[in-house]
Design a protein. Structure first.
Length: 101
């Protein structure tokens, strides 16, 4: 078992979906999502000379169904030879408390 497998909290599913990382400064990096997990994606850029910084905020746009895309807030986790680890930022509404009468 590799060190990265030991750190995994969720199972990953292999995929090959067109995607882009979009940064607040206007940069848009095209590429492909190679795997998806509950916590995020492994994004592989189309170009090799891309630089990102761990902790950098961005959005990830992923084609999910016949040209339809999803656009989610994200943070760069790591950038290695296999691609860019992207953590999805989840913002759930506070749960409602229902009174039982």
């Amino acid at each position: 078992m590799s060190k990265s497998d030991e750190k995994r909290q969720f199972e990953r599913l292999a995929t090959n979906e067109p995607a882009a990382l979009i940064f607040p400064d206007g940069r848009r990096i095209g590429g492909t999502v190679k795997d998806i997990g509950m916590g995020g994606y492994l994004f592989v850029p189309d170009q090799d000379d891309i630089t990102t910084t761990p902790g950098e905020e961005c959005r990830i746009e992923v084609e999910v169904f016949y040209g339809r895309s999803t656009d989610l807030p994200a943070t760069i986790l790591h950038h290695g030879k296999d691609g860019i680890g992207v953590k999805i930022q989840r913002h759930y509404p506070a749960p409602r408390v229902l009174k039982v009468q």
